[in-house]
Design a protein. Structure first.
Length: 107
């Protein structure tokens, strides 16, 4: 399953985890903390419907396609580094989890 995530105009520390969580079906702000630790937890429980088992089940294999990430990367390099490390660690723990930062096609 491919999940496309557009980070266009999203650069602040809370906005990015929120956008990522929403793309994975976490729209209720009361269910999760909308921070990097909570996003990492989401990735670890995709196949069980989240920590509480109340969310959408996302089965392996999964690929997150992250686009329009450049503004975030350059405005918040520390947070970009955190995101990349979370994705790498989840890939290491689950070989069926994939991610790709995709470049826009220039015409």
């Amino acid at each position: 399953m491919e999940i496309k995530i557009d980070l266009n105009n999203h650069t602040n520390k809370k906005d990015i985890p929120q956008k990522l969580g929403e793309a994975l079906g976490y729209k209720d702000k009361d269910i999760w903390g909308e921070n990097w630790d909570a996003f990492n937890d989401i990735l670890g429980y995709l196949d069980t419907g989240g920590i509480y088992g109340t969310n959408k089940i996302i089965s392996d294999p999964i690929t997150l396609l992250i686009k329009n990430f450049h503004e975030f990367k350059y405005q918040k390099p520390e947070d970009y580094y955190i995101l990349v490390n979370i994705l790498k660690e989840n890939k290491k723990e689950n070989p069926d989890f994939n991610y790709k930062f995709i470049e826009p096609i220039l015409k």
